[in-house]
Write a protein that binds this ligand. Structure first.
Ligand code: ATP
Ligand code: HMH
Length: 264
């Protein structure tokens, strides 16, 4: 039996199973890859919000990463919640020494508005993490936090992309999920531009959309696709996962990572 492509997520645990490490591993399985994880923080989280989180020591993050990369090897890496400046810098150093594409989701705030990144870490994201990204995938709040550019309509997406690219990622995917109308994202490397448009699903159960999209991109890159191909396939996957999102608990339920496995 040949081994499937190997993908690593470096992210926080979501006890509720909809976002973070849990979303990443489910997505990686659904897209036919072998998912592996480096846990950076543990959140107590559910459909109502984030009740608390505890960050792991940098040494524990480094040790998990080395265990995976030095023996098993990775064909793509995805990063999510990194919590602090120290972890952002630790992970940026590890990525710089790894010969695999890196999808950086610069997670700042959860869907409920709970902060998952210290304000003191923003500068490290700008100057250390973004420069080693193959693709950075900020949402509109993260774009505003990192660059000061406020996106209020589709017309602003290009300006936002240029501001993020100035920090050095090869590609940026600006996620317009928080706008009204179609769910429109803009992918660019500064010369090519791809607009990804999907119908907006009127479903409040959207917990984990960003994590799912970024890990789907990483899975597709591990399978050998180009960045534009990987992003297009990932957008299709997340759009269907959102359409199939379901209620759990009393708040915002998760997207359905397993939509492809459900019977008709
Ligand atoms: N209601 C929706 N219908 C269809 N697509 C959506 C909807 N909401 C978001 N998307 C798409 O989902 C993807 C993730 O975008 P979003 O802006 O929600 O990420 P995020 O805010 O980082 O998510 P998270 O809540 O996990 O932090 C994008 O491709 C976006 O266009
Ligand atoms: C652990 C974790 N990572 C990322 C997100 C995205 O909002 C979340 N809610 N929780």
């Amino acid at each position: 039996m040949t081994a499937p492509p190997r993908v690593l997520t470096v992210a926080g645990s979501d006890s509720g199973g909809g976002a973070g490490i849990q979303a990443d591993l489910k997505t990686m399985l659904a897209l036919g890859t072998h998912g592996m994880s480096v846990v950076t923080a543990v959140t107590a989280q559910n459909s109502l919000g984030v009740q608390g989180f505890w960050e792991l020591p940098a040494e524990a993050v480094r040790a998990q990463y080395r265990s995976v990369v030095d023996d098993i090897g990775v064909q793509a890496v995805k990063t999510g919640m990194l919590a602090s400046a120290e972890l952002v810098e630790t992970v940026a150093d590890l990525l710089a020494g790894t010969d695999a594409p890196a999808v950086v989701d610069p997670v700042g705030v959860s869907k409920h508005g709970d902060s998952l990144l210290a304000a003191s870490a923003l500068d490290s994201v700008r100057t250390k993490l973004l420069p080693v990204a193959t693709v950075a995938t900020p949402n509109l709040d993260e774009v505003a936090q990192l660059t000061g550019v406020e996106v209020t309509s589709e017309d602003d997406l290009r300006r936002a992309a240029a501001a993020v690219l100035a920090y050095g990622p090869q590609w940026v995917l600006i996620k317009g999920g928080h706008l009204r109308g179609d769910a429109v994202d803009l992918l660019t490397d500064g010369s090519e531009e791809h607009v990804l448009r999907a119908p907006r699903h009127d479903n409040r159960h959207t917990h984990g959309t960003g994590c799912t999209l970024a890990s789907a991109i990483a899975a597709q890159l591990a399978k050998g696709q180009s960045v534009p191909e990987a992003v297009a396939a990932a957008k299709e996957y997340v759009t269907e996962a959102i359409a199939a999102g379901f209620a759990l608990g009393d708040g915002i339920g998760p997207v359905d990572h397993g939509w492809r496995f459900r019977g008709a």
